[in-house]
Design a protein around this ligand. Structure first.
Ligand code: SAM
Length: 232
């Protein structure tokens, strides 16, 4: 279970109303039962339920069961699409170990609004589901143009270019430990975006195979290609 409270030996952790509903209602846990907690920064801890009610409760930290394990420093930049598909991208990026998830507005982005808090909640659920100790941050929607202008010089960019569909799926001899993957919207990248991206010294244009993939499929395929080439 993810908690926003920083975890350490001897701590008491308050249970929120939503967590109480899940723990004591859905999961049928009660006083004296154990559960595993993580806060995204301090590893995994075993806790014992000290108080339980419909509206809240208290968990007492017993011991650390695993140290913190962070994923590689990989950002996933994607142009938001329909709600359910955007949710899917965030969930899969969190499961596959993205460190930061960045919705970007491109020339042909379909959806110009996102609910950052909802997407962050999906990232938390995905981290809980796959037993991780880390939760990727979902950033606010940002313009691709501005992100590229302010780009940190030590971060490489794997730019998935649908116009290369059919070329080999490779990152070549690229290396480095700070990366970002960029996936375009349903309409793809505009010609001016593509020209700019191809000219950037930190960008590596990559094909994801001979077929044009939907953006949500492309996000998963791109993370797999990156993991094969660089690390997991
Ligand atoms: N409307 C575009 C077209 O028909 O050319 C397709 C855009 S595709 C649905 C959405 C995004 O997924 C693309 O901008 C690209 O980032 C990525 N993508 C999909 N298939 C790809 C491929 N075979 N190679 C590289 N990137 C791909």
């Amino acid at each position: 279970l993810f908690v926003e409270h920083p975890l350490a030996q001897g701590q008491s952790v308050p249970v929120t109303k939503d967590q109480a509903h899940y723990l004591f209602g859905v999961m049928r846990k009660g006083v004296g039962d154990d559960l595993l907690l993580f806060d995204g920064q301090n590893g995994e801890w075993r806790a014992s339920i000290a108080q339980a009610s419909k509206r809240g409760g208290v968990l007492e930290i017993v011991e650390q069961t695993r140290p913190q394990q962070n994923p590689p420093d990989l950002w996933l930049l994607f142009a938001p699409i329909k709600k359910a598909r955007t949710d899917f991208i965030v969930e899969k990026a969190a499961e596959m170990g993205a460190a930061r998830i960045c919705p970007v507005q491109t020339d042909f982005t379909n959806s110009e609004r996102i609910r950052q808090d909802r997407l962050q909640a999906h990232a938390v659920e995905a981290a809980e589901q796959c037993g991780g100790t880390f939760v990727p941050e979902v950033a606010a929607l940002a313009k691709l143009d501005k992100l590229l202008s302010d780009w940190p010089e030590d971060r490489q960019l794997m730019f998935c270019d649908e116009s290369l569909a059919g070329a080999a799926k490779t990152l070549g001899k690229a290396s480095g430990d700070k990366w970002a993957i960029l996936i375009g919207p349903e309409g793809g990248f505009s010609e001016s975006e593509r020209t700019r991206l191809h000219a950037l010294p930190f960008a590596h244009a990559v094909s994801l195979g001979p077929r044009i993939l939907r953006a949500d499929t492309a996000a998963v395929a791109a993370m797999t290609v990156w993991q094969q080439a660089i690390g997991d």
